[in-house]
Design a protein around this ligand. Sequence first.
Ligand code: PLI
Length: 456
Amino acid sequence: MKFPAEPFKIKVVERIQTTTRQIRERLLKEAGFNIFGIPAEFIYVDLLTDSGTSALSDNQWAGLMLGDESYAGSRNFYHLEKTVQDLTGYKYVIPTHQGRVAENLLFSILCSPGKIVPNNTHFDTTRANVKANGARALDLPVAEALDPALEHPFKGNMDVVALGEVLRKERANIPLVACTVTNNSAGGQPVSMENIRAISKLCRRYEVPFFLDSARYAENCYFIRERESGYRNKSVKEIAREMFSYTDGTWMSCKKDGLANIGGFIGLNDEELANRLKQKLILIEGFPHYGGLAGRDLEAVARGLVEAVDEDYLRYRTAQVRYLADSLDRGGVPIVKPAGGHAVFIDASHFAPHIPQSRFPAQALTVAFYREAGIRSVEIGSLMFAEKDPETGKMRYPGLELVRLAIPRRVYTTMHIHYVAESILKIFRKREKIRGLRIVYEAPILRHFTARMEEI
Ligand code: PLI
């Protein structure tokens, strides 16, 4: 087994209950076949997200006890500020309670109708926040990203030729260029330093600010070290400093590579923009020394950010994800290759080719995984992304129909991961029995969270 043992031992455990198939059937019906509606206590292995689901270390728990809940000037804020400055090199650090608030703040200041925000691939809340401020979210992934079976070290890259074209034609309408590391919506794939440098060069030439969506930057930097020439002897921290040095700012959901259950921040060098962000922050989140977080949470984030660049941790982390990917791949399950940093993505169009995109094949797999094995996963396909073309009225379907098995950090053991692999292989062997779905209720935005469906 190519699997480094966990570089930690377990000090506290949380019981998880097993359920019968009968209970799971009932819960699926009650939830309208939407996995977001299943109470977590009835889930055996929860791979819905790696966001906010990390296990804290003893060091972080100790930090929680040192929370300074002062409204202004909390020592935990200064600790967080110094930690972020040290890891990123940015001058200004603005805490927010999670990533999407950082997006909301930034885009409500920089975006307006007619503007365009290019990104390698926008995450769903990023896209929604760009749109909510009247602008257009433009995805520019490299062509390799759209071929799930293709092995390529940096499938998260942005198409810089396309970016150059857009900047040349639309410069006046582009308030910022973003790049998501790792590229969550395109399989958790990393972006190379070479690509980041090329994006930066273009942004500097056209004088457009360049921001990273750095939710999983530590995993991205670890992949750079492993896969890109010239980085083998550099520390993840050094790689991160170089990566951030090519940009003007970042927003980060610290619920991923901050190893925290809540938290986020914006880091940047532009003093005037930082001041505008802080004014808006006071309106929607709170004073700039806590940004919607308790002092104890600021401390957990500050400590988690440092633990997340530990190389023993990152080696185990990426190997655990790869172990699941390899186990599925060996059994013939079609997955996005290579394994991502935080998740394994199953290619539902090939897993269940008998279900057309209009009947949500990836969502149907999430139902099957829960029904058969109590595993919760998430759809990243038509339920999340299909939309009506405003001109033709026809449905536009996404290029990929994926199911994400996102692995929480430091939570599940090798045996849990093995259970997941074995269960999915079993379902794969009788895949023709999986049924498509039809929507009976949907909300106007971000419908996948609350849609209700029935089986066809
Ligand atoms: O969940 P938030 O609001 O802390 O962060 C939003 C967010 C921004 N960017 C990226 C790349 C994300 O992956 C992201 C949140 N991701 C979630 C919730 C996920 O399950 O992947």
